[in-house]
Design a protein around this ligand. Structure first.
Ligand code: SF4
Length: 238
């Protein structure tokens, strides 16, 4: 059976799968009435599985997203952007969930020279956007061209930017797939409770959103991220 990865090869459309605006609109219409899990099932029918990229930050509630993905496609590679600035607990949580769900995790890292530069210049303090570009955005950019579509776990209630996203969206030339965009916090928490999934260990210490050590503080939702700075997103999703 043909799918979007087979048929849509017109890269003049300036996105990974060569889909035009009408095709993306039509995808949004077809997927809108489905729930999170059904959207993922359908994605693997509509696109070649090997052309689907999945990332996880192994943050506060990543277990929800990863539990569902791993049951639908056990072979799916999960890319983890290892900035070199993660909490030790995040790395332990990555390894723990990896074992629990039998995940195939691949770490992505910045060019070492640039990473060392970000440390030497303390870019996370002096220029966090540049720091994120070196340590988060560029490592992902290096592999993006291998894929047609990028699955994220963004939810609309998390930030103002995320509240404007659709299920399918083109960002920096790749089609983003946001199957959880309309999942409410209550639904997410209910799933985690029902399946007795483990939270990131720092959630119990008062961290609601967990990124790099230098840019994460305790607090509700995402108010602990980049405190004192106008930044609310790392740049991956902008
Ligand atoms: S979140 Fe902070 S430490 Fe991590 S890459 Fe971005 S600026 Fe650097």
């Amino acid at each position: 059976m043909s799918n979007y990865s087979d048929t849509a090869t017109d890269h003049s459309q300036h996105n990974s799968a060569g889909l035009n605006t009408e095709a993306i609109h039509e995808l949004n219409q077809r997927y809108r009435s489905l729930n999170f899990e059904d959207r993922l099932h359908k994605l693997y029918e509509d696109f070649l599985p090997k052309k689907i990229m999945v990332t996880s930050s192994f943050a506060a509630t990543s277990a929800y997203f990863l539990h569902i993905i791993s049951r639908i496609r056990p072979d799916q590679i999960i890319h983890f952007i290892d900035t070199g600035f993660h909490f030790r607990e995040t790395l332990l949580y990555r390894d723990y969930l990896g074992g629990l769900f039998h995940l195939k995790i691949v770490d992505l890292k910045a060019d070492d020279y640039q990473h060392q530069y970000s440390i030497k210049e303390k870019l996370y303090e002096t220029d966090p956007d540049f720091c994120c570009t070196i340590n988060k955005v560029n490592p992902l950019e290096a592999i993006k061209s291998d894929y047609d579509i990028w699955v994220s776990s963004l939810m609309s209630w998390q930030t103002g930017h995320r509240s404007n996203l659709d299920i399918f969206d083109v960002r920096r030339g790749i089609i983003k797939f946001n199957p959880m965009i309309d999942v409410t916090r209550r639904e997410r928490d209910a799933y985690i409770r029902e399946h007795k999934l483990p939270f990131h260990p720092l959630v119990a210490e008062g961290y609601a959103s967990i990124g790099c050590v230098h840019c994460t503080a305790k607090g509700k939702e995402r108010c602990g991220r980049w405190q004192g700075k106008p930044k609310t997103e790392c740049g991956l999703h902008l």
